[in-house]
Design a protein around this ligand. Sequence first.
Ligand code: ZN
Length: 113
Amino acid sequence: MKNIKIKISDLVFVKAGKDKGKIGQVIKIFPAVRKAEVQGVNTLKKNAKPSKKYPKGGIIDISHPIDASNLALVCPSCRKITKIKIERSNKKVTRICQKCQADLSIKPKPNDK
Ligand SMILES: [Zn+2]
């Protein structure tokens, strides 16, 4: 398994580390080092000066990348940890949840439970 299977905006479950058990959305992927940045996971407090991004400055939480092997994909439809089934049709590759058969590329709804 050399490729990272997760993609940006995928939901992932943290399997190890200080944020074990958390579920978050992938913000960035670093394939060369097999790491991913997940929203709200592995955050460090940082003292920020007021800027465009943080108009008020002060203490902010910055997510740091964690090892992709510590992440498990979560289906945005059934909210279960799942594996990807690849379906190819008309040269289009679709990633499907093995549990509920939903298309994994759909965006999770933030307040959907
Ligand atoms: Zn599913």
